[in-house]
Design a protein around this ligand. Structure first.
Ligand code: ATP
Ligand code: MG
Length: 412
């Protein structure tokens, strides 16, 4: 029996032509399809919708056939679980056939397809993740998810312990959703179940853990929720070095104050109490991308010392060495560490305003001085550039050429 409780006003992603194309392909000739999961949940609370999940009673082969007929690209991303990804006008749509999960030991569920929406709803994790919306925006709610969303209650569908035993990732998802959507105290029974089964967390793949951790870290409440996870012996199971919630909490407050958002590795850096080697180990453990690892290392072992006592010239030099973003991140981290802002406002302003000018010389200038092509050209050029930077980037091309000339005379 379907309970129809809510309505989402038509959003840009719902009325987008590519969304219509995909939905219409699935709904034609007696087919059915509804939006599900994050997009419905987030639309109801006016959060930005990023990816679109669709549920349908059509079997995967039928989904593929229909999309192909309509010339919509389709990638079999998770056929075993009944999931295919349609890509329409560059936008991905994850389409999953309604199913029940027969035996879920860890992540591999034996799936049985069904055409019963409620059965599909029941295999999902939390009440507000089991909301389905039609193309018109009518929301079908089987387990009181809309009300839970309204009051900020993260509630497992069914018994928490049982649901966690089926898939331990739900522990991390519980805290992630509590960080983003929760209000008031977290559900005590759910917390107890998470703590009781937390020793199963190491069985999860690094990728699944990383995804949840980074999503949790995006929340403005990340520090408080991380603290709660520590108190319930969750963090120690997968990231025991991540204990500095005070620094994380201060960092998040400073990010708000300085309107600096979107640097998720900085938040991870704030909560980690480790050495550089520790960073490398954690990057391996969590399978961070090369870029993410570089970002973390740049914060842990900067090639130029950044402090809250730098004058303007030193700040400019730091920006030259590290870039505006890294310097600003380090400043926020230093202030978060000490709890004292000192001259943060002023230095932060310098680090924001300074644009490193282009060094006025190029390799050809060195060759023109009679230096033979080879590594020496780069070395000489770097010498002059160091001098130029030490002069606070003031010397123009003429002055730099003079300096180059003097240097070359000594060498030739
Ligand atoms: P977001 O996309 O914002 O991270 P989401 O809720 O859409 O959040 P997805 O991983 O995209 O998360 O999953 C889509 C839906 O699939 C969820 O809303 C939920 O209904 C179901 N789901 C995902 N992971 C699980 C899980 N581990 N256990 C049970 N249901 C899950
Ligand atoms: Mg999603």
């Amino acid at each position: 029996m379907t309970v129809l409780l809510g309505k989402i006003s038509k959003q840009a992603w719902m009325v987008a032509p590519e969304t219509h194309k995909v939905m219409e392909s699935l709904m034609r000739n007696g087919g059915d399809a509804r939006f599900v999961g994050g997009c419905v949940r987030d639309a109801l609370v006016n959060r930005k919708v990023i990816d679109i999940d669709i549920a349908t009673p059509l079997k995967p082969e039928e989904v593929i056939a229909r999309l192909q007929t309509d010339k919509i690209a389709v990638v079999p991303t998770g056929l075993k679980h009944g999931t295919v990804t349609a890509v329409c006008d560059g936008r991905p749509f994850e389409i999953t056939t309604l199913r029940r999960d027969a035996a879920t030991y860890g992540r591999h569920a034996d799936v049985i397809f069904t055409d019963d929406w409620r059965v599909d709803a029941a295999r999902r994790d939390f009440t507000f993740n089991a909301l389905y919306a039609t193309l018109d925006g009518d929301v079908h709610d089987f387990f009181g998810g809309i009300e839970d969303l309204r009051i900020g209650r993260v509630a497992f569908i069914g018994d928490a312990e049982e649901r966690i035993r089926e898939d331990v990732l739900r522990i991390l998802r519980f805290f992630r959703f509590y960080a983003h959507l929760g209000r008031g105290d977290a559900d005590a029974a759910a917390l107890a179940a998470c703590e009781k089964l937390s020793d199963l967390i190491p069985r999860l793949s690094a990728e699944r853990i990383r995804t949840e951790v980074l999503k949790l870290m995006e929340s403005p409440r990340a520090a408080d929720v991380w603290q709660l996870m520590m108190e319930h012996r969750i963090v120690t199971r997968f990231l025991p070095e991540a204990t500095n919630t005070q620094r994380l909490s201060r960092l998040i407050a400073l990010e708000e104050k300085y309107q600096s958002h979107g640097f998720i590795m900085r938040r991870l850096a704030a909560v980690l109490d480790v050495t550089v080697q520790g960073i490398i180990d954690i990057s391996d453990d969590l399978r961070l991308s090369r870029e993410q690892t570089q970002q973390l290392l740049a914060l842990f072992e900067p090639s130029f010392e950044v402090t809250l006592r730098m004058d303007e010239k030193a700040t400019r030099h730091a920006v030259y060495k590290l870039g505006n973003d890294v310097v600003r991140s380090l400043l926020l981290l230093r202030a978060a560490e000490s709890g004292a802002e000192e001259n943060l406002r002023e230095i932060y302003g310098w680090a924001t305003a300074f644009r490193v000018p282009r060094f006025p010389l190029v390799g050809n200038d060195v060759l023109a001085m009679g230096i033979a092509p080879g590594p020496e050209v780069g070395r000489v050029l770097a010498d002059v550039e160091d001098w130029w930077a030490a002069q606070d980037f003031a010397p123009g091309r003429t002055k730099c050429l003079e300096r180059l000339k003097a240097l070359c005379l000594r060498k030739v």
